[in-house]
Design a protein around this ligand. Structure first.
Ligand code: CA
Length: 496
C-alpha cells in the first residue's frame, strides 16, 4: 500500500519527528486560539444601560404619550425591540436595581428594603463581566450600597464623561450603567429651555385635576425630556466612534412615576416599566413584543449575549432568543412577572403576579393605610387630594387612594380595566383565572424562599398619609431632599 511520506519528515529520526509534531501542534493551537480571541473581540457586544429614576412606563412617544418630548427614546425604539409589557421586581428604587444587577428577586439579594445595601458577598453583573474581559463603569445614581458599587471598574458622577470612559477601556468590550436622577422629585423650575405646558398634560382620574397637580406633571415631563437629551448625546457618541452596530443599548426605569397609586404600589403604574433593547447587529429594528417581560432577566441575558456563563443560582433567564427572533419551545420568554413591595418609609408586604391580561395582588397589612412613599406624600399633587377629601369631593377613583381597610386580595382584568380601578377578586366570572394565579404566586414564593409577613408591620419611620418623618434619620433625609437637593441637583444634572 502506498503511503504518502513527507520528505522532510522522512529524513528525521522518530524522536525528532515527535518534537517537530509537538511544536507544530503547539503553533497551530496558539494561532487558532489567537484567532478565536480576535473573533470574540470583534463579536462580543458592548453594553450601555440607561436607568431612569421614577419614569412611568408609558410616558414617552414610544408607549403612547406624545405629550412628553422624547425624540431620542423614540430613536432608540426605532432601532430595536420595545417590550410592551415589562415589569420591575419591586416598585422601589434600590431593591429594583439590586434585582436587575443580580438576576435575583429582591428578597434573595438581602437588599429587599429601600436603602438597604447589597451585601458584600453578593456578586453583581459588572464583576461577572470583568471575568470575561469587560471594562465596566457606572455613572451618577447607583443606590446599591458601597460594596456593590465597588464591583465596577470605573465611576463618574457626571454624565458628560462618556468619552473619557471610552478612552479608558482601551480595546476591551465595555459595560456602562447610566443611573439618571431624572425624573425623580424634587421638581424645579427651569429644567429645560422650553418647559412643557401644564395645560397639555395627562391627569388620570384618580388624581385631583388642579393647577398644582398639572404643574408637577409638567415638570416631571421636563425631567424626562432632559434625560432624553442625554440619551441622544450618548447615542451620537457611539455612532461617531463607529460603535453603534455592536452595542446593546437598553432603556428602562427602576419603578413607576412618583405620583399616588403608582411608585411604591403594585399597580401597573408602579411596577410596569419602559423596556427597550436596541442592538442593530442582532435585533430586528422597530419590533414590538407584546408578551410579558421582567427585569429579573436583564443580567442573565447580558451575560448570555457576552458569551459568559450564567451562574446556576440566578433566578432570571436569558431572553436572547426572543431578542434574536430565534425562539423555540424551550426559549419563549416568560408567561408571568412577579413583583414585591417591602419597607419604604413604612412597612408593607405586598406581592403580585402579572400575566399578559391579569393581575393578582396580596396585601398582608390590610388594616393599615397604604404606606405612601414619603416624597409622594409631601407632594402638591397629594395635598390636592387631601384637600378634596377634606371637602368631601373625591370621585370613586380618587377614593381608592384612601381605601381602609385595604382589600387583602385584588384581582384585575387589565384588558378591560387598564388603570385597575375595579377589583374583581372572588368574582365568579374570573374564579378559574384567579385560582391559577394564586397557585402561581404560592409556587413562586415557595420556590424562591420568600419570607412571610410579620404578625404586624415594623414601626413606621414616616407617616403613611402625610409623609411626615417620625424618627430623626428620616427627618434628616427629608430635610436634605427638600433644602439641599435643590442646590445640589442643578450641579450634577445640568445639560452641558
Ligand atoms: Ca426610583
Amino acid at each position: 500500500m502506498h503511503r504518502f511520506v513527507s520528505p522532510v519528515a522522512d529524513s528525521l529520526t522518530p524522536a525528532c519527528r515527535a518534537v517537530v509534531f509537538a511544536v507544530t501542534a503547539l503553533l497551530v493551537l496558539m494561532l487558532s486560539a489567537q484567532g478565536a480571541v480576535a473573533d470574540e473581540e470583534s463579536t462580543r457586544p458592548n453594553i450601555v444601560v440607561f436607568v431612569a429614576d421614577d419614569a412611568g412606563w408609558d410616558d414617552s412617544s414610544v408607549y403612547g404619550n406624545p405629550r412628553v418630548r422624547t425624540p431620542n427614546i423614540q430613536r432608540l425604539a426605532d432601532t430595536g425591540m420595545t417590550f410592551s409589557r415589562a415589569f420591575v421586581t419591586s416598585p422601589q428604587c434600590s431593591p429594583s436595581r439590586a434585582s436587575m444587577l443580580t438576576g435575583l428577586y429582591p428578597h434573595q439579594t438581602g437588599a429587599e428594603d429601600l436603602h438597604e445595601p447589597i451585601p458584600a458577598e453578593v456578586t453583581i453583573l459588572p464583576a461577572y463581566l470583568q471575568e470575561t474581559g469587560y471594562f465596566t463603569g457606572s455613572m451618577l445614581k447607583q443606590h446599591i450600597g458601597r460594596a456593590a458599587s465597588r464591583q465596577f471598574d470605573w465611576y463618574s458622577a457626571r454624565l458628560g464623561r462618556f468619552e473619557v470612559f471610552l478612552d479608558r477601556r482601551g480595546e476591551r468590550p465595555f459595560f456602562l450603567w447610566v443611573g439618571f436622577m431624572d425624573p425623580h422629585r424634587p421638581y424645579l423650575r427651569g429644567t429645560i429651555a422650553e418647559p412643557h405646558d401644564p395645560a397639555d398634560v395627562r391627569v388620570p382620574a384618580h388624581l385631583a385635576d388642579t393647577p398644582e397637580t398639572r404643574r408637577e406633571i409638567a415638570r416631571y415631563y421636563d425631567e424626562i425630556s432632559r434625560m432624553d437629551g442625554w440619551i441622544g448625546r450618548f447615542l451620537d457618541t457611539l455612532k461617531a466612534r463607529g460603535l453603534r452596530e455592536n452595542t446593546i443599548v437598553i432603556y428602562l426605569s427602576d419603578n413607576g412615576w412618583p405620583f399616588p397609586r403608582a411608585k411604591g404600589s403594585l399597580y401597573d403604574a408602579g411596577m410596569r416599566t419602559p423596556y427597550i433593547w436596541s442592538w442593530p447587529r442582532v435585533v430586528e429594528p422597530g419590533t414590538r413584543r407584546e408578551g410579558v417581560a421582567s427585569t429579573i432577566d436583564l443580567a442573565p441575558t447580558l451575560l448570555d449575549a457576552a458569551g459568559a456563563e450564567i451562574p446556576a443560582d440566578m433566578e432570571g433567564e436569558s431572553i436572547l432568543a426572543v431578542l434574536a427572533g430565534t425562539e423555540s419551545a424551550g426559549a419563549r420568554g416568560r408567561e408571568a412577572a412577579f413583583s414585591q413591595r417591602n419597607w419604604h418609609g413604612s412597612d408593607d408586604h405586598i406581592r403580585a403576579v402579572r400575566t399578559e391580561r391579569f393581575k393578582l395582588i396580596i396585601n398582608a397589612y390590610e388594616t393599615q393605610p397604604f404606606g405612601l412613599p414619603p416624597d409622594i406624600a409631601q407632594s402638591d399633587t397629594w395635598k390636592s387630594l387631601l384637600a378634596r377629601r377634606e371637602e368631601g369631593r373625591l370621585n370613586p377613583q380618587q377614593r381608592l387612594n384612601f381605601s381602609l381597610p385595604r382589600p387583602p386580595v385584588e384581582f384585575y382584568d387589565l384588558r378591560r380595566d387598564p388603570h385597575e380601578y375595579t377589583n374583581r377578586a372572588w368574582s365568579p366570572e374570573y374564579a378559574a383565572e384567579q385560582q391559577r394565579l394564586f397557585r402561581e404566586l404560592d409556587e413562586w414564593m415557595a420556590r424562591t424562599n420568600d419570607y412571610p409577613p410579620g404578625p404586624e408591620p415594623r414601626p413606621d419611620a414616616t407617616d403613611r398619609i402625610t409623609g411626615r418623618p417620625l424618627e430623626w434619620r428620616h427627618r434628616l433625609l427629608l430635610w436634605a431632599e427638600r433644602f439641599v437637593a435643590p442646590w445640589l441637583l442643578p450641579l450634577v444634572e445640568r445639560e452641558p
